[in-house]
Design a protein. Structure first.
Length: 44
């Protein structure tokens, strides 16, 4: 259980760091996220 919890914590940290201010604005990052999710679902 500890490994799963550590993995989740690391993912949340990564997700939050990706969505911090940077070269791309929040709206662009959100649109990229949606496009990737849709692309992954379309392959099945």
């Amino acid at each position: 259980m500890t490994t799963a919890r550590n993995g989740r914590v690391k993912f949340v940290d990564y997700f939050e760091s990706v969505h911090e201010a940077g070269a791309l604005d929040a709206k662009t990052k959100e649109l990229i996220h949606i496009a990737v999710v849709l692309a992954l679902r379309c392959e099945k």
